[in-house]
Design a protein around this ligand. Structure first.
Ligand code: NAD
Length: 496
């Protein structure tokens, strides 16, 4: 069986994966995904699915789930391990496909595939680890323990910026926990989720345990999120969509795990190693063209070093080579689509109107080699006020707002002042301030003397405030996220 049906004049057609089969949508319609570096290049035609396709996929999952849960967890883990090996074999090809599909440079798409490989190996091992705890009873002749139970059917909804890593880091632990899945990837990047289904099938995943349906987030999302047979929704996306999903899940008391937006800050104190801070901000702000949930979007800098820091950052950003991510010389690829170029340009206009000082970029790149792509210049504003829109709203582009402050206390106050709380980094050599910052910063990820990006899969990942709803992915609790915990009490009195 093949992931795609024969190509048409318009391009390669990819199908949904339902009940272990590749199928066209019942709508008979498709949508097109193009390369953001060359927008005339079609990556594929994907199924424009409808509620009927979601219904078919959920039914397939309901049918498959009990059989899957009955397979011993170590055996479920073996399938993930085989998937890791297949991903390793195809790493280069998958990375290149991802670069063509969403634009980020090869070094980063290789990293995206590597995350999927690492998570598969890590979670595979969970199949052989303790499934619960034994806990002493307060009463004589009584034995107490906890065991895990699958949640049942999990609806997974993913964004376009990590086309393989995020679907993988949700899917693998959900599978290990004995659940069946209905996965809906973002419409800018459906290919890698379909590839993931293909590899899991090759690794031995039974039919119906993972189903992938492509199509519009609004209509399909609403159907999936409100489906009575779906027991849990796991969404990574914008805070706006997260709020809507949480409202719908709340009505039915459906479990819902949300990983949402950020407005991540780097704090640069006057004793910081400025060279290191500049290097890390350049990578944190312009890596993935600023389209990471953990991207550095604000730099809160002590006034005494504002000038020195800003000059060095501008010099470093000016050197970045913008272009097609497939070219090994490129440092920064395009935005994911031309709509995002307009959105980022809107923020450059807002920054100027708000009275911030533009020191680099501030406009699209659209001439010569850039003519056919969604390119934007690395952009830096300084003298940004902490309440300006460019200092408080998620921009999701190669755009940094430098906010001057006088003290550590003011820096923390500004860092904590947005609605988000995903990732914060602090550059200082001062041990006392380091420990105070561990306590004071309101975000799920706190880094010292390194970038706001760069989490590791064996640590929990997630945000505070409007960056999520308190769940954590990855790390030691990855499988627990997708499990119910049952407390068991066994009494064995001595009287007959
Ligand atoms: P998005 O919210 O527009 O879309 C995310 C997914 O939700 C897509 O699959 C989309 O089709 C779907 N969707 C859209 N409307 C829906 C609805 N009404 N109901 C259900 N699903 C719906 O986000 P995006 O543009 O794909 O990704 C960028 C956003 O994701 C940014 O805000 C970024 O910060 C966030 N993000 C967060 C993390 C994290 O771990 N915290 C990681 C990556 C991205």
């Amino acid at each position: 069986m093949s992931i795609s049906s024969p190509s048409t004049e318009q391009g390669q057609v990819y199908q949904n994966f339902i009940g272990g089969e590749w199928r066209n949508s019942r709508s008979g319609e498709t949508f097109t995904s193009t390369n953001p570096a060359h927008t005339s290049e079609v990556i594929g035609l994907y199924q424009r699915s409808t509620a009927d396709d979601i219904e078919d996929a959920v039914e397939a999952a309901v049918k498959a789930q009990p059989g899957w849960a009955a397979i011993p967890a170590p055996e479920r883990g073996e399938i993930l391990l085989r998937t890791a090996l297949l991903l390793e074999q195809q790493k280069e090809e998958l990375a290149a496909q991802m670069t063509r599909e969403m634009g980020k440079i090869l070094k980063e798409t290789r990293g995206d595939v590597q995350v999927a490989i690492d998570v598969a190996k890590y979670v595979a091992g969970e199949g052989r680890r303790a499934e619960g705890e034994t806990i002493p009873s307060a009463l004589p002749n009584k034995f107490c323990m906890t065991i895990r139970h699958p949640v049942g059917i999990v609806g997974i909804i993913t964004p376009w910026n990590f086309p393989l890593a995020i679907p993988a880091w949700k899917t693998f632990p959900a599978l290990l926990a004995g659940n069946a899945i209905m996965l809906k990837p973002a419409s800018d990047t459906p290919l890698l989720s379909l590839k993931l289904a293909e590899l899991l099938q090759q690794a031995g995943l039974p039919a119906g345990v993972l189903n992938v349906v492509t199509g519009p987030g609004g209509s399909l999302g609403d159907v999936l999120v409100s489906h009575k047979k779906v027991n849990m929704i796991s969404l990574t996306g914008s805070t706006e969509v997260g709020r809507r999903v949480a409202e719908i899940c709340g009505r039915d008391l459906r479990r819902c795990a949300l990983e949402l937006g950020g407005k991540n800050a780097v704090i640069v104190l006057e004793d910081a190693d400025l060279e290191l801070a500049v290097e890390c901000v350049t990578w944190g702000a312009f890596g993935t063209t600023g389209q990471r949930c953990t991207a550095t979007s604000r730099v809160i800098v002590q006034k005494s070093v504002q000038r020195a820091f800003t000059d060095r950052l501008v010099a470093a950003a000016e050197k970045l080579r913008v272009g097609d991510g497939l070219n090994p010389q490129t440092d920064m690829g395009p935005l994911v689509n031309t709509g995002r170029v307009k959105a980022v340009q809107g923020y450059s206009e807002i920054g100027k109107l708000e009275g911030a000082k533009l020191v680099l970029g501030g406009s699209p790149l659209n001439e010569g080699d850039y003519r056919e792509g969604a390119f934007y210049k690395p952009t830096i504003f300084t003298d940004v006020g902490p309440t300006m829109r460019i200092a408080t709203e998620e921009i999701f582009g190669p755009f940094v707002s430098i906010v001057p402050v006088v003290s550590y206390e003011e820096a923390v106050k500004v860092a904590n002042s947005t609605e988000y709380g995903l990732s914060t980094a602090i550059f200082t050599e001062n041990t006392r301030l380091t420990f105070r910052a561990m306590r004071d910063i309101e975000s799920g990820l706190v880094y010292f003397n390194t970038s706001t990006t760069g989490s590791e899969i064996q640590l929990p990942f997630g945000g505070m405030k409007s960056s999520g709803n308190g769940h954590r992915e990855l790390g030691t609790s990855a499988v627990e996220e997708f499990s119910e915990i049952k407390s068991i009490f066994v009494s064995y009195p001595t009287r007959k």
